[in-house]
Design a protein around this ligand. Structure first.
Ligand SMILES: [Fe+2]
Length: 161
C-alpha cells in the first residue's frame, strides 16, 4: 500500500483495525462449536485474548486522537468477518490467517506513515513515542498470530453445523 500521507486515511485505518480486532476477539466464541484438538482450542484462545488487548490499545488511540470509536462495521468491511459454519478447521485457520496478515500489513503501513500525519493526529510528543511503541508491539503480535495459524493449517477437524 502507498504511504499514508493524510490524517483522514490514518484515522480510517485505525477505525478499521479497531473493528477487525473486535471481530477477532469473538473467535473465542467458536471454540465450543468446533470439534477439534486441544492445541487448536489453545491457539484460538491466544488469538482471541490478544485481539481483545489489541482492540483496547487501538481504542485508546482513537480516544486520544479524538476519533469516533466505531459501533458498526466501517464501510468496506462485512458485518461479521468470521463465519466458520461448514468449514474445516483447516479452512478456518486459512481464513483467520488472511486477516492476521492484513492486520500486520495495516500496522506496518501505520508505522511507516508520514511523520507529519502522526504529529498532526497526536500533537503531544510522549503520545507519538508511545503510539509508535504500541504499533511495533502490534506488528510483532500479528506476526506471531500468522505463524500460529500457519502451524494449524493442515489439521483435519471439522466444524460442527
Ligand atoms: Fe492478530
Amino acid at each position: 500500500m502507498p504511504m499514508i500521507t493524510d490524517k483522514i486515511t490514518l484515522e480510517k485505518l485505525l477505525q478499521r483495525m479497531y473493528w477487525i480486532e473486535t471481530e477477532m476477539e469473538q473467535l473465542g466464541t467458536w471454540e465450543a462449536r468446533i470439534e477439534m484438538m486441544e492445541d487448536n482450542v489453545a491457539a484460538l484462545e491466544v488469538l482471541s485474548h490478544d485481539s481483545d488487548k489489541h482492540g483496547n490499545i487501538v481504542q485508546k488511540w482513537l480516544i486520544i486522537g479524538d476519533i469516533t470509536v466505531p459501533e458498526t462495521a466501517p464501510s468496506g468491511l462485512p458485518k461479521h468477518i468470521f463465519d466458520f459454519e461448514g468449514m474445516t478447521s483447516n479452512e478456518m485457520f486459512e481464513r483467520i490467517l488472511k486477516y492476521e496478515i492484513l492486520a500486520k500489513n495495516a500496522y506496518e503501513d501505520i508505522k511507516n506513515a508520514n511523520l507529519d500525519v502522526i504529529t498532526e493526529l497526536f500533537p503531544n510528543e510522549n503520545d507519538q513515542t508511545e503510539f509508535m511503541q504500541d504499533i511495533e508491539q502490534l506488528i510483532k503480535d500479528e506476526e506471531k498470530h500468522a505463524n500460529i495459524c500457519k502451524s494449524k493449517i493442515g489439521g483435519f477437524a471439522k466444524i460442527m453445523l
